[in-house]
Design a protein around this ligand. Structure first.
Ligand SMILES: C[S@@+](CC[C@H](N)C(=O)[O-])C[C@H]1O[C@@H](n2cnc3c(N)ncnc32)[C@H](O)[C@@H]1O
Length: 378
């Protein structure tokens, strides 16, 4: 793991951290003076080289038989991932509340400042094997002893309840969190790297947080985390591509749906229906928040021949898959689902490993799409 708080990450100012896009590299000679630079402009040659790299690594496609295996066993590959990594590391989401203030709308900024200061981050890659690029963890640090503490009692009974509930049509007043006034759902929550900071930071008594993942191993880690509080949170196993199973909340009941590096893990031809289903769960005025991999991100350029499944969609050495989006593709997915654009931006960042004198060009996309107050999909 690299040093302490990455200097290049937007700094915490007197009262709050700035949003992305505050440290610019105007003099290339200074590239190793900081750990990261924002809004890095790509030269034409660099963009052309990236395109060539992608053409090269996409020539040879994974055979059909393997493609079917990666699709039907996708949850098992993620289970294996979480069995190996558990939650021994914690991706610090110090950008979460400045980029997505909707997650804690009424919070005092000083609480956020305290939270960021307590959760200093480090930058590292959590896995990188010879088969190609690993899942690149952005800003992460070892789990604090507090968040690693596990409940010693048997896991909560929610797991069983979850399965039963998700098979039913949900009635308006018979669902977990039905009395809440602000409901957030995180889809593809993993081990709770977003959910727990939300629960810690947003002290609104009317808040209820739902979170799901199709990896039962991940959900078990969420449910057995010492910070899991069933009176404020409901974690359940759910495949966002499963058209048969409904979510355990009624249509039009959610204020926020958050997708962090999860849509990219879904096979492209199932993305639209998954977003359509999520859109129906939003209240009029509710919002989807997304952060995910952008086209030509360093992770895409690192794939070797033989790992490409289809255009811009790859399989990692451990069987998990990843897609690299353009802004236009995400815009089409959300607007087709009846949502309106609030934000759709590319975060081009140059991360620097000063020790190894390495430069890493990251491309992430961040979106906010809102359900219109008068909606035909509600
Ligand atoms: C890159 S991880 C991100 C996890 C988490 N959002 C985070 O940022 O820490 C992708 C997550 O999406 C989950 N996932 C992938 N496909 C899914 C699907 N079809 N339904 C539900 N979860 C899925 C995986 O199990 C994994 O936990």
């Amino acid at each position: 793991m690299a040093g302490s708080y990455p200097e290049g990450a937007p700094a915490i100012l007197a009262d709050k951290r700035q949003q992305f896009g505050s440290r610019f590299l105007s003099d290339p000679a200074r590239v190793f003076h900081h750990n990261a630079w924002d809004n890095v402009e790509w030269s034409e040659e660099q963009a052309a080289a990236a395109e060539r790299k992608v053409q090269e690594n996409s020539i040879q496609r994974v055979c059909q038989e393997k493609q079917v295996d990666y699709e039907i066993n996708a949850h098992k590959y993620w289970n294996d991932f979480y069995k190996i990594h558990e939650n021994g590391f914690f991706k610090d989401r110090h950008w979460l509340f400045t980029e997505f203030p909707e997650l804690a709308p009424s919070q005092n900024q000083n609480h956020l400042k305290d939270w960021f200061l307590e959760n200093k981050s480090e930058v590292c890659e959590c896995r990188n094997n010879e088969d190609g690029p690993g899942l690149i963890m952005e800003e992460q640090h070892k789990c604090s002893s507090k968040s690693l503490e596990h409940k010693t009692q048997t896991p909560p009974v929610e797991e069983n309840v979850t399965q039963k509930i998700s098979d039913l049509e949900i009635c308006a007043d018979e669902f977990p969190g039905s009395s809440a006034t602000y409901r957030i759902l995180e889809v593809g929550c993993g081990v709770g790297n977003t959910v727990f900071p939300i629960l810690q930071t947003n002290n609104d008594p009317g808040l209820f947080v739902y979170c799901c993942d199709f990896s039962s191993t991940a959900i078990e880690l969420v449910q057995t985390n010492s910070e899991y509080d069933p009176s404020r949170c409901f974690a359940f196993v759910h495949d966002l591509c499963d058209e048969e199973k409904s979510y355990p909340v009624p249509k039009g009941s959610l204020d926020i749906i958050i997708l962090i590096f999860v849509l990219s893990a879904v096979v492209p031809d199932k993305m639209q229906k998954a977003i359509n289903r999520l859109s129906r769960l939003l209240k009029p005025g509710g919002m989807v928040l997304l952060r995910d991999y952008g086209r030509y991100d360093m992770a895409q350029l690192r794939f070797k021949k033989g790992q490409c499944l289809s255009g811009n969609f790859y399989v990692r050495g451990d069987g998990t898959r990843v897609y690299f989006f353009t802004q236009e593709e995400l815009d089409t997915l959300f607007t087709t689902a009846g949502l309106e654009k609030v934000q759709n931006l590319v975060d081009r960042r140059l991360q620097v490993n000063r020790g190894k004198q390495l430069t890493m060009y990251r491309v992430w996309i961040q979106c906010k799409y809102c359900k219109p107050l008068l909606s035909s999909t509600s």
